[in-house]
Design a binder for this molecule. Sequence first.
Ligand code: LMR
Length: 328
Amino acid sequence: MLLLLACRAAAASPEGIVIRFSHVVADDTPKGIAARAFKRIAESRSNGRIRVEVYPRSTLFDDNDEILALQMGAVEIVAPSLSKFGKIGFPSFELFDLPFLFRDTEEVHRIMRGPVGRQLLADLNRQQILGLGYLDNGFKQMSANRPLLRRSDYAGLRMRIQPSRIIAAQMIALGAQAVPLALSETRLALSTRVVDGTENPLSNFVTQGIHEVQSHLSLTQHGYLGYAVVTSQRFWQQLKPADRELLEGAMHEAIEIGNNVASAHERRALDVIHAWKETHVHRPSEAQRSELEAAMRPVYERAKTRIGARLLEQTLHELSEARLRRRP
Ligand code: LMR
């Protein structure tokens, strides 16, 4: 399938440029909305000379093969979650998976837009990948068929995770087992009890129907989930400078649009889950969140080797400086 698609020379047809943008979530999520906004802006600014085909919900590739598909020229743009870059040789991206690292998206953006975030995107060049920008989803919550508010609640649970060693270490620190699975397989794995629980921002819970197969949702807000929007150097270098500029501008605006809807989507998704009634929603107390945070603390030790002690220190330093400046 990959090879067949790669052979279809879609990137530069005689009539113009075709860009295939493949992703694994629903249209009605921050990433889906950003992808469609990119299509709209790029097509209208190029008067239709550039055509963007958006393939949502793993219809073309799932998260196990989308980056390979990009490298082989079978698609031109993908936006994997930051947790999926470690597996292909960029473990430092797992920095963003660290539990309780960021207090809010303002802090996340500070790191993404500063030297750390810029360096991570630049590193992708090693594998002929070009980073076009970062995009938000939001903060993750936990689900299972029981509340997950205290460390002891996680004992022995099989938790579906993305393929990130830092997220695996987080689940192990809680006393659970970590089971990496593609997003497209997650709902079925939960409904058939192959796994017991999972974590994700609420927009993914709702658009994947995960709340329908989990009786308890715990609003732990324990970690961030976002994306790097990437293209391949080979494709990019084929484009005329004016088209690169047009596409960069379109992506920049599309990312703004995606980021701006993220928190409204979060609130809407929570309303949907409340209305569903069969899923009990729990909000941990401050003491319960502190207990979870303390239980996950050993993950920072693991991060020194996985992410690099210098990068970790630099991030912690930037965050603490920013917190001092933000104090009233
Ligand atoms: C996942 O759980 O695999 C995701 O959050 C994927 C995504 O792209 O949001």
